[in-house]
Write a protein that binds this ligand. Structure first.
Ligand code: ADE
Length: 225
């Protein structure tokens, strides 16, 4: 079973996405185990301090190496990890390719940054992979970590009810997904394309491929090939 350990100064910020829908079901079905660790529990001071002023001056606090090292070392004593991931806007951009690859692995640690980020020595000595979810800055790595986990967990076999449905997601074949429709077949003057009501499976499949190509070419020429 895959296991993800998430280290954060605000674990309550990341817990709720795992308490509903597909992620909750994956946990209930024991297809994945998620553990949250409050970095403040690993601080050495009574004040549970995990951040400090940056050397050289400047605004913003920096997360200290000691509590992070202590937490990661304790986890590593219990089991081996495939990756220790740091969520940061200057990391490698998350893509379906990365999520696919990670979904095949076993155990990860995900470290969520806060404030100005972590002491560079954490990144140099403890982190094996740095991931960004986009070129914009969020207040912390918790939401990015939830995004990363969601994209990985839905790919684990058995997590989605319909085994094929992750394979037909956008980006799985460098194509956006085709449009989808449901009842009613006619709403005001808005109609569902005839072909989808025809029952002709082969023709529907062709239509969907066409639409996927059309959409990708129009909306994402950068990934169209
Ligand atoms: N932490 C803050 N912003 C982030 C981003 N865009 N991606 C990953 N981690 C982050």
């Amino acid at each position: 079973m895959m296991r993800i350990d998430i280290i954060s100064v605000l674990p309550e910020l990341i817990e709720s996405p795992f308490n509903a829908s597909i992620l909750k079901r994956a946990i209930d079905k024991k297809l994945i185990e998620i553990n949250f660790h409050d970095l403040k529990d690993y601080a050495s001071s009574k004040r549970r301090q995990v951040d400090d002023y940056q050397f050289g001056g400047g605004a913003g606090m920096v997360m200290m190496i000691e509590p992070i090292k202590k937490c990661i070392d304790l986890l590593k004593k219990e089991r081996t990890y495939d990756e220790v991931i740091y969520m940061t806007p200057d990391g490698e951009m998350l893509s379906q390719k990365i999520s696919n690859r990670l979904s095949l692995k076993g155990n990860f640690i995900i470290l969520c940054g806060h404030y100005k980020g972590v002491d560079q020595r954490v990144r140099d000595s403890l982190i094996t992979m740095e991931i960004s979810i986009g070129d914009y800055v969020l207040s912390g790595g918790e939401l990015p970590a939830a995004v990363l986990c969601d994209s990985i967990i839905r790919l684990i076999p058995g997590v989605l009810g319909d085994e094929t449905s992750a394979l037909t997601d956008s980006f799985q074949d460098d194509l956006l997904a085709p449009p989808v429709y449901t009842r009613p077949s006619s709403f005001d003057d808005l109609e569902v394309p005839e072909i989808l009501l025809s029952g002709n499976k082969a023709k529907i499949e062709l239509w969907r491929e066409e639409k996927a190509l059309e959409r990708t070419k129009k909306l994402r020429p950068d990934i169209f090939n």
